[in-house]
Design a protein around this ligand. Sequence first.
Ligand SMILES: Nc1ncnc2c1ncn2[C@@H]1O[C@H](COP(=O)(O)OP(=O)(O)OP(=O)(O)O)[C@@H](O)[C@H]1O
Length: 237
Amino acid sequence: MSGLTVEGINHDWGARRALDGVSFTVQSGRFCALLGPNGAGKSTLFGMLTRLFMPRAGRITVAGHDMAREPRAALARMGVVFQASTLDPDLTVKRNLLYFAALHGLPGSEAEKRAMVVLEQLGMAERAGEKAAKLNGGHRRRMEIARALLHRPQVLLLDEPTVGLDAASRAAITTHVHDLAAGGLTVLWATHLVDEVREKDRLVILHQGRVLANGEAGEIGGDDLTARFLALTAERR
Ligand SMILES: Nc1ncnc2c1ncn2[C@@H]1O[C@H](COP(=O)(O)OP(=O)(O)OP(=O)(O)O)[C@@H](O)[C@H]1O
């Protein structure tokens, strides 16, 4: 199994159960939206998926590698875009990428080549020489996605990557990442925005730490995913 699997993950923050038996699978090359309202447990789950902390129960595999038993192999196959931006504003777009490539141990010429390939993929090649500080929010996000692809991961995780962006930038980034999935990348995209989910996407609805729906978005939502999402997440408030 080369995508992402999450099996029976639990997590408590003190007396509060933040994740309760969370299980789902994202097949290789699929875009999966992890949709949940505020406080659903999305960021807690991302903490587990990126090994910021370990789940007490359950199992995570990335491209077939068990996160507990083979953490280096699992993490090496994963690219991550966190909610908070982590770019150096004083460096150019390309320098930011080269810096990150060096952290991955990529030699200079290979890093240069890959930086231009990933910037091209995200429609950012012409901005390679601009300072990160000069980019608008949407372009900064694209640059972070490009950076997360430098080491050629098989699985890309994005934690609410469109927060704070205008509608046009949101739409562009959502399209770019769907295109990456169409090209074979496995994507887990956490969001609370129903309009970022497409009919053919895989969809996991998370609420109060539990998976309430898991399947193809079109089948879960019928002709109105917003209404379905609100109904599902209202039932337990
Ligand atoms: N470090 C922490 N300590 C204690 N409780 C926490 C901590 N982080 C999250 N929680 C609680 O765990 C639950 C899940 O929060 P989490 O941030 O994972 O949800 P989320 O779906 O990412 O929400 P949002 O969309 O608001 O970021 C919430 O009840 C939250 O208050």
